[in-house]
Design a protein around this ligand. Structure first.
Ligand code: FAD
Ligand code: NAD
Length: 478
C-alpha cells in the first residue's frame, strides 16, 4: 500500500516549502518530506536558510552592526552612551527566537495550505515512488504524479582543516560561538567568510581571512570588489589573497594554521577557525540508480531551463541544481515548477537574479559585470555615482561606495547594476524590476526619485551612463 499525491516535494528549505505551498494553492494534492528534526523529534522546516543560513546570519549581522553604531558612530550624532557592552548569550537568544518564529511560521503555512507533512528521509525510487525512512527506521512508500527534489546543500570540508565543532567550525558553528574569539581565522574570503568574519570582527575579534585565489570577489564587478577591499581593510578585516591553508593543529583550545601566502610558508594562531570554502549539493542517497535522474561529477542534478530532470515528472530545484546557491533563486524555481506542473509554461529569468553580500556597507549586483561584457565583446556604456554626493547618505553618515549602471551602447537597455553602499540590496532590486521590464538607462533618467533618498544614487548613476549626472562633474564627452 502507498499513499498517492499529485506532488511530493523532498526537502522543506526555501525552494521546497515555497514549491509545496504554491502547488497546494493551485489545488494539487501535495506532500512535503523533511528529515530535519529538533531534539524533541519534531520536524524542523525552512532548511539551511531559516535555521543555519540567511536568517540567523542576518540577525547576528544586524546585532553586531548596532553594536558598532553605538561604539563608533553615535558620538558623531551628539549621542553619548558610554562604552557599550556585549551580551553574547542575549544576542544568540534573540537570533534563536527569530529562527523559531520563522520556522514555526513555515510549519503553520504548510498546514494552513493543506500540505501533508511526512517526517523522514526521502529517496526517489523508479516510477516516481518515494521511500521515506523515519528516524526509527520505519519505511513508508509515497507515490506521486510529480516529484520535486529540493534537498539543498551542505558545507564543503577540506582535509587540511577538519571541523571539530569546537575550535574549527563551519558556518553553522560560527553562528553559535559563546564568546567573542580574540583571534579568528577564516578560510575563504567569499560570501560566508565576509559576512561571519564581519560579525565577529565588529564584536572585537581580530579577523584574518585566507583566500586561495589571487583576486578578491571575482564574481563582482571589478570596480565594486576594489572598493569593497578598501572598505573591509578600513574595518580591520585582514584579507590575505593567494593564501592556501596546508594544515591545522588544535591544542588547548587554540589552532595553529599553516599556509602558503604567494608561495611562502607561514603560520598563524587563532582561538577559532571558520571553514567557509563553499557548499556542495546534498544529493547522496537522494535517488536510486534506476530513478532516471542524472548528476554531474560534483553532485548537481541535471535539469533543463525549467528545472525538469531527465526523468519524466521529476523536477529538481534550489541548491542541488546549476546556478547560484541563493534562497530566492530556489524559491522562484519552486514557483516555476509548481506552475508548470499545473500546466502554465512559466519561465524564470536567470539574468535577473540579484545577489547580495550583507556586510556593511552592503554589496549587491544583478546582470552583467563590466568585465563579463568586455569578455563577451558587447559594446556598453557605464555610469556610476558615489554616495558621498548623496544628501541622504551624508545625513546618515553612510558615504562609502557607489551605484553603477551598465547599459547596452546601441539599445540603451540596462544590462547590469552594481552597488556597494547603504541599502545596496534594495537599490539594486529597483534595477531588477527595471531590467525585467526591459528598461533603458533613459527610462530611469526620466523617472522621478524621492528626495532625499539613497535611491537618488540610482537616478544619478543612470544619468552618468550618458555623462549627464547633475550632482557631480561628468567626464568630458566626445
Ligand atoms: P536547503 O535550505 O538546504 O533545504 C533543504 C532541506 O531539505 C533541508 O531542510 C534538509 O533537511 C532537507 N532534506 C535534505 N535531504 C532530504 C531528504 N533526503 N529527505 C527529506 N529531507 C531532506 N542565501 C540567500 O539568498 N541570502 C542569504 O543571505 C544567504 N545567507 C546564507 C548564510 C549562510 C551562513 C549559509 C550557509 C547560506 C546562506 N544562503 C543565503 C544560502 C541559502 O541558505 C541557500 O541557498 C538555501 O537555503 C537553499 O535552499 P534549498 O531549499 O535549496 O535547500
Ligand atoms: P563562496 O564560494 O562564496 O566562497 C568561498 C571562497 O573560498 C572562495 O572565494 C574560494 O576561492 C575560497 N576557497 C575555496 N577553497 C579554498 C581553500 N582551500 N583555501 C582558501 N580559500 C578557498 O562560498 P561560501 O562563502 O562558503 O558560501 C557558500 C554559498 O552560500 C555561496 O556561494 C552563496 O551562494 C551562499 N551564501 C549566500 C549568502 C548571501 O546571499 N548573502 C550568504 C552566505 C552564503
Amino acid at each position: 500500500m502507498s499513499d498517492s499525491y499529485d506532488v511530493v516535494v523532498i526537502g522543506s528549505g526555501p525552494a521546497g516549502y515555497v514549491c509545496a505551498i504554491k502547488c497546494a494553492q493551485l489545488g494539487l494534492n501535495t506532500a512535503v518530506v523533511e528529515s530535519w528534526s529538533d531534539p524533541k523529534g519534531k520536524p524542523v522546516f525552512g532548511g539551511t536558510c531559516l535555521n543555519v543560513g540567511c536568517i540567523p546570519s542576518k540577525a547576528l549581522l544586524d546585532s553586531s552592526h548596532k553594536f558598532t553604531e553605538a561604539r563608533d558612530h553615535f558620538s558623531a550624532h551628539g549621542i553619548d552612551v558610554g562604552a557599550p557592552g556585549i551580551d553574547i548569550a542575549g544576542m544568540m537568544k534573540r537570533k534563536d527566537k527569530i529562527v523559531t518564529q520563522l520556522t514555526g511560521g513555515v510549519s503553520s503555512l504548510l498546514q494552513h495550505n493543506g500540505v501533508t507533512i511526512v517526517q523522514g528521509k526521502g529517496k526517489l525510487l523508479s516510477g516516481r515512488n518515494v521511500e521515506v525512512t523515519a528516524a526509527d527506521g520505519k519505511k513508508t512508500l509515497l507515490s506521486a504524479t510529480n516529484v520535486v527534489l529540493a534537498s539543498g546543500s551542505e558545507p564543503v570540508s577540506i582535509p587540511p582543516a577538519p571541523t571539530d565543532d569546537a575550535v574549527i567550525v563551519d558556518s553553522t558553528g560560527a553562528l553559535t560561538f559563546d564568546e567573542v574569539p580574540k583571534r579568528l581565522g577564516v578560510i575563504g574570503a567569499g560570501v560566508i567568510g565576509l559576512e561571519l568574519g564581519s560579525v565577529w570582527g565588529r564584536l572585537g575579534a581580530e579577523v584574518v581571512l585566507f583566500e586561495a585565489l589571487d583576486t578578491f570577489l571575482p564574481m563582482m564587478d571589478t570596480q565594486v570588489s576594489k572598493e569593497a577591499a578598501k572598505v573591509f581593510k578600513k574595518q580591520g578585516l585582514d584579507i590575505r589573497l593567494n593564501s592556501l591553508v596546508t594544515g591545522t593543529s588544535v591544542k588547548k583550545g587554540s589552532v595553529t594554521v599553516t599556509y602558503t601566502e604567494k608561495g611562502e610558508e607561514k603560520s598563524a594562531e587563532f582561538d577559532r577557525l571558520i571553514v567557509a570554502v563553499g557548499r556542495r549539493p546534498r544529493t547522496k542517497d537522494l535517488f536510486s540508480s534506476d530513478a532516471g535522474v542524472t548528476m554531474d561529477e560534483r553532485g548537481f542534478v541535471f535539469v533543463n531551463d525549467y528545472c525538469a530532470t531527465e526523468a519524466p515528472g521529476v523536477w529538481a530545484i534550489g541548491d542541488i541544481v546549476r546556478g547560484p546557491m541563493l534562497a530566492h533563486k530556489g524559491s522562484e524555481e519552486g514557483v516555476m515548477v509548481a506552475e508548470r506542473i499545473h500546466g502554465k509554461p512559466v519561465q524564470l529569468n536567470y539574468e535577473c537574479v540579484p545577489s547580495i553580500i550583507y556586510t556593511h556597507p552592503e554589496i549587491a549586483a544583478v546582470g552583467k559585470t563590466e568585465q563579463e561584457l568586455k569578455a563577451e565583446g558587447i559594446d556598453y556604456k557605464a555610469g556610476s555615482f558615489p554616495f558621498a554626493a548623496i544628501g541622504r547618505a551624508l545625513a546618515s553618515g553612510e558615504t562609502d561606495g557607489f551605484v553603477k549602471i551598465i547599459a547596452d551602447a546601441k539599445t540603451d537597455r540596462i544590462l547590469g547594476a552594481h552597488a556597494i553602499g547603504p541599502s545596496a540590496a534594495d537599490l539594486v532590486q529597483q534595477m531588477v524590476i527595471t531590467m525585467e521590464f526591459g528598461g533603458s538607462a533613459e527610462d530611469v533618467q526620466l523617472m522621478v526619485f524621492g528626495h532625499p533618498t539613497m535611491s537618488e544614487a540610482v537616478h544619478e548613476a543612470a544619468l552618468a551612463v550618458d555623462g549627464m549626472a547633475i550632482h557631480m562633474p561628468n567626464r568630458k564627452r566626445g
